[in-house]
Design a protein around this ligand. Structure first.
Ligand code: TXA
Ligand code: MG
Length: 361
């Protein structure tokens, strides 16, 4: 891929400057790609209805065509163009959770290129709530297909600087509105399955979804099927985005789970053992664990208050990048409770760990 100049342009979060939005929208209309902020992570967008534009997304990311994209919309009416049928349940969820971090898998209309859906007869649709994303989609006058704006297999970007590190020379324009509020990607909910099934936990919790649709279930990701014991509301379900190596950190991540005290002492012992061997160790913990690791010899970084999953989610991807850039050779990371956003945090950590968990007791 030829090196192109990458420009970062700051955009006001709540009152996006119309000249900047119009310039970016024109690029989308003309078939180019633009990186824009959403409330979850930054997205790499192109006109969803134009296959040659969508191709540029895959080229810039180095993403295989077998991984389908989410189509972003700004008005609910656009759904009529993108899908062939919208169930009462889907309408209800849209009413409650849009705009917001919920992606619904719906039957694809012929208007949506198969390149977007990786040949599937379903399409993923979401209405983001970030004012810049909404303004861009509206000004472009077309739905925008966008994956997370990282290089394929790397951690999703939550700042424009993360995007620049991964994609400079490969995208012309990055709209910068600072850090993303949610910090983990949207919840992907399959509304074409026999019962609504979460393919990827994310910014909308399963508890919140069940308050609207009590039968929502959680798919067991293929990579997790052997490491976590199933509960009765989990079923085996194949989904394209749930690859074991979804995110391969530049350095290996070892994930520790179990009661907090046991987790801490196992991590501390491992950090000391490796440091003694001359290894540069990174430790990813919560505020409450910090005193334990003061003399561990490791590069210690806290994800925030363990009882506040929103805070941990917001800092998760930035913290992984921070430790990568600190030049550590291994990251030891603690796990978090599954309640609320915790389910998404656990999912991303499990992926980062390549599916392996150290159960501490
Ligand atoms: O928060 C987000 O969802 C961000 C922002 C930019 O909106 N986007 C994002 O896109 O995370 P991406 O491409 O990194 O992840 C999209 C996920 C993948 O796991 C993909 O496999 C799944 O959605 N997906 C897309 N279309 C699908 C379909 N038709 N059926 C099943 N899964 C689908
Ligand atoms: Mg992604």
């Amino acid at each position: 891929m030829q090196d192109i100049h990458t420009e970062i342009v700051h955009v006001d979060f709540s009152h996006p400057e119309s000249a900047i939005i119009e310039r970016a929208a024109k690029m989308i209309r003309e078939g180019d790609v633009v990186v824009f902020p959403t409330e979850t992570v930054y997205g790499l967008g192109a006109n969803a209805l134009q296959p040659s534009a969508v191709e540029r997304i895959f080229a810039a990311k180095g993403r295989p065509f077998s991984d389908p994209l989410i189509v972003h919309i700004a008005e609910e009416q656009t759904l009529e163009q993108l899908t062939t049928s919208i169930s009462a349940s889907a309408r209800k969820l849209a009413e409650v959770f849009w705009p917001g971090p919920l992606t619904m898998i719906l039957p694809r209309s012929p208007l949506v290129p198969l390149l977007v859906t990786a040949g599937l007869e379903t399409v993923a649709v979401r209405m983001p709530r970030h004012p810049v994303a909404l303004a861009l989609i509206r000004a472009a006058g077309t739905p925008i297909a966008a994956p997370s704006a990282n290089r394929f297999m790397h951690v999703s970007p939550t700042t424009a600087q993360h995007v620049y590190a991964d994609l400079h020379g490969r995208v012309p324009l990055i709209l910068d509105s600072g850090s993303c509020e949610v910090g983990v990607e949207s919840t992907v909910l399959d509304m074409c399955a026999p019962v609504p099934t979460i393919l990827r936990p994310g910014g909308v919790s399963i508890e919140a979804l069940r308050r609207v649709l009590p039968n929502v279930q959680l798919a067991v990701p293929k990579h997790a099927a052997h490491t976590e014991s199933g509960t009765d509301d989990e079923t085996q379900y194949a989904s394209p985005g749930q690859m074991l190596t979804h995110y391969a950190p530049a350095v290996p991540l070892l994930l520790f789970d179990g009661p907090v005290a046991a987790m801490r002492s196992a991590m501390l012992a491992e950090a000391k053992r490796r440091s003694a061997q001359g290894e540069r160790v990174g430790v990813l913990i919560a505020d409450e664990d910090v005193p334990t690791f003061q003399e561990s010899g490791a590069v210690v970084h806290s994800l925030g208050d363990a009882t506040n999953p929103q805070q941990v989610a917001t800092s998760l991807f930035a913290s992984l990048r921070l430790l990568e850039n600190a030049g550590v050779q291994v990251i030891l990371c603690r796990n978090f409770d599954a309640a609320g956003l915790g389910l998404a945090i656990r999912d991303r950590l499990l992926k980062a760990a390549g599916g392996h968990v150290y159960e501490c007791s």
